[in-house]
Design a protein around this ligand. Structure first.
Ligand SMILES: Cc1ncc(COP(=O)(O)O)c(C=O)c1O
Length: 390
């Protein structure tokens, strides 16, 4: 029985009717041998394309040395990756885990601990934003400002409140609330590919600095080069106190991380947080090879060039087609706002053009090319998307 029809997997996903069995670069193949141009990239995870050579080589070598080691001992690849992440971000210290939700859980825990230990608050409050997405665990689905994701899971985790994204009124509300932390995405990904407004995020940062509120950016979807910079916060000249990443960090192997400034990081001490697999030798080896690739001169510049080419083509298409209301996002995290049902375009793309794209809400088609996609592939994509909107 093919995986796609197995009844043994819990039904937490609505799945498309194909089984992907192989991938290389910007392409994947299904179990029938059909080749697809993959502009989903494992939902912003395979940022270097599928099975990138440098990461594969490093992981293969690590696999014949050591697979797992408890965090009760030093793990050299973990320490090296932490150094690299600190070197390339405004943070100082890193906690490793296995997924995005876990990275946000770590951020939520460190913020609460900072509230108790440093600010001497009894009930530290965390502000998040309407329409956000921060994960599916109890604390992160509570942080997520979408009722549909919280429905059926009450009682939720206490200590969260939600404000309106890109809204000036939210800035004055923030001042009144005096929370310990604000957590937000710089492009709301799952919520419909909505980029933050530069002036607004800069004002928000200024309030955080004035009032001693921690600024925590969830870069799980926007990080690792997805928006054309290693971290999306670099576009806005802001300096978050906490950054969470996952998805693209391991090029497809499971790894998450919470990066914090030293002042915040120091509230964690032995026994306050942990994870058996967090910072595992294999996943941190993948992370090291990935970050080495992403910081190689020319790689992010190429991603930005491909983004420019794709945006130009999509904007031209949007100008011609009434059914496309807007093109939005940042870099290679792109949303097409359509008047009809986004899922119909996604299905047409897969069935008729062997092009994989996804939705981000009922009227948003989401396009997530690998950062390594070539000019020829980007042109092929534009041809395919033009056919879909014929
Ligand atoms: C912004 C953001 N935060 C958190 C998560 C949760 O990550 P994970 O599915 O690895 O737990 C996601 C996943 O899509 C995300 O896009």
């Amino acid at each position: 029985m093919s995986n796609q029809t197995s009844n043994a997997v819990m039904s937490t996903y609505g799945r498309f009717p194909i089984s992907i069995v192989e991938g290389k670069g910007s392409y994947v193949w299904d179990d029938k041998g059909t080749k697809y141009l993959d502009y989903v990239s494992g939902l912003a995870t395979c940022n270097l394309g599928h099975v990138p050579d440098a990461v594969e080589e490093a992981v293969q070598a690590q696999l014949s040395k050591l697979w797992h080691c408890t965090n009760l001992y030093h793990i050299p690849t973990q320490e090296q990756l932490a150094e690299k992440l600190a070197q390339h971000s405004c943070g100082d210290q890193v906690f490793f885990c296995n997924s995005g939700a876990e990275a946000n859980e770590a951020a939520i825990k460190i913020a609460k601990k900072y509230g108790h230990d440093v600010l001497k608050q009894d009930n530290p409050l965390i502000v998040t934003f309407q329409n956000s997405f921060h994960g599916r665990t109890m604390a992160t689905l509570t942080a997520t400002g979408q009722e549909k994701i919280q429905q059926g899971f009450a009682p939720l985790t206490p200590g969260f409140t939600y404000l309106s994204y890109n809204d000036n009124h939210a800035l004055s509300q923030l001042q009144e609330l005096s929370p310990v932390a604000v957590m937000l995405e710089l492009v709301q990904g799952e919520g419909g590919v909505i980029p933050v407004e530069k002036e607004w995020i800069q004002q928000l940062e200024a309030i955080c600095q004035e009032q001693g509120i921690l600024l925590m950016v969830d870069e799980i979807q926007t990080g690792m080069g997805r928006t054309g910079k290693l971290f999306a916060y670099e576009h806005y000249q802001i300096e978050p106190d906490v950054i969470t990443i996952a998805k693209g960090l391991g090029s497809g192997l499971p790894i998450g991380a919470m990066i914090a400034k030293e002042e915040v990081a120091k509230v964690f001490s032995p026994g306050t947080h942990g994870s058996t697999f967090g910072g595992n030798p294999v996943s941190t080896t993948a992370g090291l090879a990935t970050i080495d690739q992403l910081t190689t001169p020319g790689v992010l510049e190429h991603a930005q060039e491909m983004a420019d080419l794709i945006w130009q083509g999509l904007e031209q298409l949007a100008a011609e087609k009434e059914e496309i209301k807007s093109v939005r996002g940042k870099g290679l995290l792109i949303g097409l706002e359509v008047t009809g049902a986004a899922i119909d375009y996604v299905n047409k793309a897969r069935e008729e053009e062997q092009l994989l794209i996804v939705v981000a809400g009922p009227h948003i088609v989401r396009i997530l090319p690998p950062l390594t996609t070539t000019k020829a592939e980007a042109e092929q994509f534009l041809e395919k998307i033009n056919h879909i909107f014929q």
